[in-house]
Design a protein around this ligand. Structure first.
Ligand code: ZN
Ligand code: ZN
Length: 344
């Protein structure tokens, strides 16, 4: 904040509120100055805020968007400039804030805390590793149960049950189960479609542990794959290995993505890889860094991110393989450990 000449910062995005304060309530925001940290919340969360947000002054507000309290705090400190999270304040909230602090300069900032969150500490990596472990165990347990005739929804339900039973908190996202032609949909949330033999099936899912997410995708087939199915699967698997080999501190995020695209291009499949190679995972399932053609910056030690190449062919099907990795000072560690067996 000092570097960017920010005397006060209004933090409204829940993962960022939790990251800084430890507060898990669904209503509340922070006002951070260079010297002090304040948490505003309403009656329902006062006790909880006191217990969780150690070092924060807790201020009771009348309604969830009690920005008028902020005005008072800024005025009493003589602060005339307030940074806000431009991606996380809607127009109504922004207008309310403006009304509450008419004499204060509002300074929108982008990805300020998100950039800090991209680099994890040991404790955060441990929580993500545990979330990955929960997902691995659930997957290992489910795999032998998947049979032709089950619907995608049924597979998703059985998986969610196993994730929850092993201690996952709220799932980080709706489980993706996409079979047959639907596997060409990169984000094909489970449907009522019945899974048949010899169809590609893509399952993308995660667990949450201590607030931290995991993210993994496996693609398999019930029965013998065709030559083309096997070819595409092996291409994606090889692409992932190439990416693993390139991941190191200082490497450009867009560079790893480009290498995979070049590899697919050699076989004429680059246009079938329509999304980024990977994304950071932490308190949110999609966060920095961004490994895509548009990805900014470089990979740094203690970043946790996915490597998920895929090939999607309309009206035919698709394959994605996704693992979560941490870039340790001594190299890459793969956190998701589920086997990549293709033929079930
Ligand atoms: Zn995923
Ligand atoms: Zn992902």
């Amino acid at each position: 904040m000092q570097e960017k000449d920010i005397p006060a910062f209004l933090v409204t995005h829940r993962p960022n509120v939790f990251y800084l304060s430890g507060f898990t309530g669904t209503s509340g925001f922070l006002l951070v100055t260079l010297k002090e940290a304040l948490l505003f919340t309403d009656f329902r969360y006062l006790q909880q805020a006191g217990a969780q947000a150690i070092g924060f002054e807790i201020i009771k507000v009348g309604s969830p968007a009690g920005y008028f309290g902020v005005a008072e705090q800024l005025a009493s400190r003589g602060l005339k400039k307030l940074a806000l999270e431009e991606s996380h304040l809607n127009l109504r909230e922004y207008n309310m804030l403006k009304e509450a602090v008419p004499d204060v300069e509002l300074l929108p900032v982008y990805n300020f805390l998100e950039e800090l969150r991209a680099v994890k500490d040991e404790q955060e990596v441990e929580l993500i590793a545990r979330a990955c472990h929960v997902a691995d165990e659930a997957w290992r347990d489910l795999l032998p149960q998947i049979k032709p005739g089950m619907s995608e929804l049924e597979v998703a339900y059985e998986l969610e049950y196993r994730l929850r039973k092993r201690g996952s908190e709220k799932l980080p996202f709706d489980i993706i189960v996409a079979s047959g032609k639907r596997s060409a949909l990169p984000h094909g949330v489970a449907s009522a479609k019945i899974i048949k033999e010899k169809e590609l099936v893509t399952v993308d899912f995660g667990a949450t542990y201590g607030g931290y997410c995991s993210d993994m995708t496996r693609t398999f087939i019930l029965g013998k794959p065709s030559e083309k199915q096997l070819e595409i699967y092996n291409l994606v698997l090889e692409a992932q290995k190439i990416a693993f080999g390139l991941v190191e501190a200082g490497q450009r995020c867009a560079g790893v993505d480009a290498a995979v695209r070049q590899y697919f291009q050699k076989y004429g499949y680059d246009s079938y890889f329509g999304h980024g190679l990977g994304h950071g995972v932490g308190l949110e399932v999609h966060e920095l860094p961004t490994l895509s053609p548009k990805g900014q910056g470089v990979l740094r030690e203690m970043m946790v991110f996915s490597i998920e190449p895929g090939i999607y062919i309309e009206k035919w099907g698709g394959v994605r393989i996704e693992d979560l990795v941490v870039l340790h000072p001594d190299g890459l560690q793969i956190l998701t450990k589920s086997s990549k067996v293709f033929e079930l």
